[in-house]
Design a protein around this ligand. Structure first.
Ligand SMILES: C[S@@+](CC[C@H](N)C(=O)[O-])C[C@H]1O[C@@H](n2cnc3c(N)ncnc32)[C@H](O)[C@@H]1O
Length: 263
């Protein structure tokens, strides 16, 4: 396995138990919004690549209904296990699989989703070729990515860089409407619709915001620090978040970019 992919898998294996559980659960909210943008129909077959705990898969499966098919795949076995625990009675199918090697027949799905993961793929060309292969002719993709980091996240990035943590989990920036549009068009998708928005979410305490950092990809930055550096960052982060808090709550602005396109 590509080194970067092994690192991504291990980081999400460790993050999985708390992924989407702390504070502002924006992954679930953005998952629902992407499902709306994809304009799913009853009975359609959908694949959610890098499904995590099913933030997209779960609302999508409800729209396609029992006559449809909803499959989620993820590189992280722990994430898949956690997704099963979250929704044990669900009719969705959850599988451990790499986005670069989809073991599905060609021309099978109506829609391929991929939320907040394109930037982790070392080879986007291979991944998009796989998306196109498994899509029916005229099928569509619905993807999301992060734009500008929130001011809190940028503050953490600056601090961890000062400590010498420079290794990035993301291998592609994909952080502007222009870049996402260009990448989808170069991959051969057409009728591309890109939409961006900045939405506000609240963490109930500074500590909850700190805990949320461990529940997703940003933990890869924190894991690069020595224990003593981490203790300093923890203390400084809480002080920083307290100063910015409103009635003890911490507000975070999340800039998201959605893309829907046809094969
Ligand atoms: C930030 S999470 C997003 C999860 C979900 N789509 C959501 O919106 O909540 C990124 C996910 O991408 C998965 N991932 C990263 N590289 C992958 C790959 N090559 N194949 C499949 N999944 C991958 C990670 O394991 C992780 O669960």
């Amino acid at each position: 396995m590509h080194n970067t992919k092994g690192w991504v898998r291990d980081v999400f294996d460790r993050a999985a138990p708390s992924y989407g559980e702390h504070g502002c659960q924006y992954f679930n909210e953005f998952g629902k919004q992407l499902v709306v943008l994809a304009e799913l129909n009853l009975g359609e077959k959908i694949l959610d690549v890098a499904t995590g705990k099913g933030a997209i898969l779960s609302p999508a499966s409800k729209v396609v209904g029992a006559m449809g098919t909803a499959v989620g795949i993820d590189l992280s076995p722990v994430m898949i296990e956690e997704a099963r625990k979250r929704d044990p009675l669900s009719s969705t199918h959850l599988l451990v699989m790499d986005a670069e090697e989809l073991s599905f027949p060609s021309h099978f799905f109506d829609v391929v989703f991929c939320g907040f993961a394109l930037f982790f793929f070392p080879n986007l060309t291979i991944v998009f070729n796989e998306f196109k292969r498994v899509l029916k002719r005229g099928g569509r993709i619905a993807v999301s990515t992060f734009g500008k980091p929130s001011s809190l996240t940028q503050w953490v990035f600056n601090k961890t860089e000062q400590f010498g943590a420079h290794k990035l989990l993301k291998v592609q920036p994909l952080d502007s409407t222009h870049i996402l549009n260009q990448v989808l068009s170069q991959a051969g998708f057409c009728r591309i619709h890109i939409q961006e928005s900045t939405q506000f979410f609240w963490h109930s305490t500074p500590e909850e915001w700190w805990n949320s950092l461990w529940s997703h990809g940003i933990r890869s930055r924190l894991e690069q620090l020595a224990p003593v550096e981490l203790a300093v960052l923890h203390r400084e982060s809480l002080e920083h978040a307290k100063k910015a808090a409103h009635d003890g709550k911490v507000r975070e602005e999340i800039h998201v970019i959605f893309g829907v396109a046809h094969q």
